[in-house]
Design a binder for this molecule. Structure first.
Ligand SMILES: NC(=O)c1ccc[n+]([C@@H]2O[C@H](COP(=O)([O-])OP(=O)(O)OC[C@H]3O[C@@H](n4cnc5c(N)ncnc54)[C@H](OP(=O)(O)O)[C@@H]3O)[C@@H](O)[C@H]2O)c1
Length: 167
């Protein structure tokens, strides 16, 4: 089983504010959709709540939600109450990648558990004043390659780069 993590962060490692995203960057959204399509996406309950109802569950992907609330349910989503149960449930997967898609608590949980094989990180060159952040991680443990660069243009108020980290 391959575990990937995908995140977009601003110049201060910010990923969200008031349980919402802070930017509209269509090329990054397209990158997220293309990367995760056909795979399994693992998200925290707050991240799930933040997705507008008409866009959830995220189409074309198996949606997995992590919550401590034993009575939580969401239509067409799988619900788990701890990370290990997710890993156990999907341990035999060979075709699909398990994508950790946030938010902040779930990124931290996955990185601290040491289960992440690769990361796709979008670095946005602007400060959006976030209240939720992506954790620091040890750069020495990863090899890194820049796989996409987007300049400011009429659809993008900020430039960004996408880096691919492999362990
Ligand atoms: N920029 C990006 O790439 C990106 C990606 C995703 C999300 N975001 C942003 O991130 C923010 C949300 O992040 P967040 O950190 O507030 O919340 P989150 O990580 O999405 O969800 C937190 C919730 O996950 C559940 N949880 C956490 N640890 C758990 C554990 N060990 N076992 C079981 N359940 C656990 C709990 O749900 P219960 O309270 O139900 O128990 C907890 O309240 C939003 O602003 C969103 O827009 C940004």
């Amino acid at each position: 089983m391959n575990v990937a993590l995908i995140v977009a962060m601003d110049s201060e490692r910010g990923i969200g504010r008031n349980n919402d995203l802070m930017w509209h960057l269509p090329e990054d959204m397209k990158f997220f959709t293309n990367s995760t399509r056909g795979h399994i996406v693992v998200m925290g309950r707050k991240n799930y709540d933040s997705i507008p109802e008409k866009y959830r569950p995220l189409p074309g992907r198996e949606n997995v939600i992590l919550t401590r609330n034993k009575s939580f349910s969401a239509e067409n989503c799988k619900v788990f109450h701890d990370l290990q149960s997710i890993l156990d449930h999907y341990s035999a997967e060979t075709e699909r990648t398990l994508f950790i898609i946030g938010g902040g608590e779930i990124y931290r949980l996955a990185l601290e558990a040491g289960i992440v094989d690769e990361m796709y990180i979008t670095y946005i060159n602007k400060n959006y004043g976030a209240d939720t952040f992506f954790p620091e991680f040890d750069l020495n443990q990863w090899q890194v390659q820049t796989i996409k660069q987007q300049p400011i243009d009429e659809h993008h108020e900020a430039s960004f780069s996408v880096l691919h980290y492999t362990s």
